[in-house]
Design a protein around this ligand. Sequence first.
Ligand code: ADP
Length: 227
Amino acid sequence: MSDPALRLSGIAKTYNPGLPNEVRVLRGIDLAVQRGEVVALVAPSGAGKSTLLHIAGLLDTPDAGTVAIAGEEMQGKSDRRRTAMRRNAVGFVYQFHHLLPEFSALENIALPQLANGAPRAEAEARARDLLAGVGIAERADHRPAALSGGEQQRVAFCRALANRPALLLADEPTGNLDPATSDQVFGALMALVRDTGLAALIATHNLELAGRMDRQVRLEAGVLHGG
Ligand code: ADP
């Protein structure tokens, strides 16, 4: 079998070690997410799911343990290599879209590709394809403020996938939407993920959405169950 898109081994993280306000957030997390697999990360608030996603997405480093993305161990790699992997191999979606307000939907999706050296025409063509894939091709020239919450989040998905990552990480990607919109936007996300065959780790409080993914893992008291 090929390497998983994400492998976490023995990940531990403690905030404020040795101080009265020490928090042992992660106590030895093991998880593999295979290519084409969509895993739900279910956790009560404060359980450490953002910390875990940030470590998996190379935005933070663990105190112990290793992260491998698409078979490449990231332990001990230079900042430059970690940045390159974060840009190319990982797509991130947050609860709030974090789109750049002064740019159109199309430009927001083209920018990460341009930063990676793609020619403008190619980046814009891919952005249009992605927007069509989530059903909002006609919104390409709108700025985020002129889009609904669900549309903004669809654009954020497209931006996360723009550079064809091996792994999508999402932190409550529909947590800010009403239930009906959340359901539609989640459907669009799943269609995109299935189309591209990439791996995804998606944190959600919503057990109904979690049930629509391939498998669920639960983070509680620093330990991952079902991983
Ligand atoms: P979740 O995303 O599950 O709500 P987080 O990963 O954000 O949880 O946080 C887990 C725990 O770690 C919480 O108790 C939080 O207060 C604490 N925490 C998070 N970041 C920091 C930090 N930078 N310094 C100290 N404590 C932190």
